[in-house]
Design a protein around this ligand. Structure first.
Ligand SMILES: Cc1ncc(COP(=O)(O)O)c(C=O)c1O
Length: 378
């Protein structure tokens, strides 16, 4: 077999999409002319309306990042006590619960979608449970029907962490229409971004007014501060960049669909490498990430071996999401964090690897990454 040469430059797991400098300069001129740089300016207002249209959702509030948005979601729904969530997510998901003085209760995940296992939620509900905080991990939708059915039966709120799910749709409906509230992250590493940023989406104008107060210190007017709010505001510069980036989403998504196909083709015959789940035809995915699961017993090499060895070829994959949130020192003492309660999540946490995925990656780059990984197998 011919030796595979390392990439000449580092290949990271993702690379932010950049607008042209000319487009940004033009928008900056508008902001300078308006002399309005933050606090609900014209760019902010226009972006809220444009995103509502793009995401097919009724009410959207912009935020300076997804984490603060999720913090405010908990406040706006007045959650307390315990909230059932997934251990297979980014640290921000359980952390926002802790910051709201709420205990995260970890529920195991589904082996196929890697999302919270909707069939296991009911057994975790106690009189202290006030809500379910589910994550559409890697953009694959949760079982929204089953989750809502359980929530309705027990009078629980449902929040979706849709940080990965920008533009995902079920039956032509924006993913943000499910549950009581959804959070999107517009961090630079996401398919759509505002450099840093985020949004909360829900159905009612009255709730939007409350969310908008909460993200601006609770200030109603010059004379009244009506609740203990926080600073969650998105400034005009990032809102303007967000308006430009809306024009890039579909092009980037199409490039990633093509790269997904190549990865899937290359791994189709490889025993021990499991590719991302395929979704039903009524689901529109965003193809933001490409994640595989490596079964050491079948592939012959562990996920950690592949991750380490790839670096010798200048490929920097990421172990999303390892460690599980239930393994963090701040959560592992919880009863629900016991690995016996989370058998599926614990296996997935040892197997997952996020491979490079961004529009500027070439088809040849993807084929070479796959050839390198295949060369590790025994
Ligand atoms: C699942 C998930 N939830 C929440 C967040 C936090 O979003 P932000 O970085 O915009 O605060 C992220 C990542 O960035 C994420 O991946």
């Amino acid at each position: 077999m011919t030796k595979i040469e390392p990439f000449s430059e580092r290949i990271y797991v993702t690379r932010p999409v950049f607008p042209t400098i000319e487009e940004v300069t033009e928008k900056l001129r508008d902001i300078w002319a308006a002399k309005w740089i933050t606090n609900n300016g014209p760019q902010h207002t226009m972006l809220e309306r444009e995103l509502e249209k793009f995401l097919k959702v009724p009410c959207l509030s912009l935020f300076n990042n997804g984490t603060i948005a999720l913090m405010v979601a908990c406040q706006s729904l007045r959650l307390s006590g315990d909230v059932i969530t997934t251990p297979f997510t980014f640290a921000a998901t359980p952390h926002v619960l802790s910051w709201n003085n709420i205990t995260p209760i970890f529920c195991d995940v589904d082996d196929e979608t890697m999302n919270i296992d909707a069939n296991k939620i009911e057994s975790m509900i106690t009189p202290s449970t006030t809500a379910i905080l589910a994550v559409h991990v890697f953009g694959t939708p949760c079982d929204v029907e089953k989750i809502q059915e359980v929530a309705n039966r027990y009078g629980l709120k449902v929040i979706y962490d849709a940080a990965h799910a920008f533009g995902v749709e079920i039956d032509g409906q924006g993913i943000g229409n499910f549950g009581d509230c959804s959070m999107f992250s517009f961090h630079a590493t996401k398919l759509y971004h505002t450099v840093e940023g985020g949004a909360l989406v829900q159905k009612s104008k009255i709730v939007k007014d409350r969310i908008d107060l909460l993200k601006n210190f609770g200030i109603k007017n010059e004379e009244e501060v009506v609740m203990p709010g926080i600073n969650g505001k998105l400034d005009e510069i990032r809102a303007a960049i967000g308006r430009i980036m809306l024009g890039y989403v579909e092009g980037e998504r199409l490039k990633r669909i093509n790269l997904h196909k190549i990865y899937n083709e290359e791994f189709a015959e490889v025993e021990g490498i499991r590719v991302m789940p395929t979704c039903a035809e009524n689901i529109k995915l965003n193809y933001q990430y490409y994640v595989v699961r490596i079964d050491e017993k079948i592939f012959g090499r562990s996920r950690d071996y592949v991750y380490d060895e790839l670096k010798n070829y200048n490929v920097y994959a990421r172990k999303y999401f390892h460690p599980l949130c239930s393994e963090f020192t701040c959560y592992r003492q919880l009863n629900s964090a016991n690995p016996n309660n989370l058998p599926v999540a614990n296996v997935i946490g040892q197997q997952v690897l996020s491979l490079p995925m961004y529009g500027d990656l070439t088809e040849d780059d993807v084929r070479k990454i796959c050839a390198i990984i295949k060369s590790f197998g025994r």
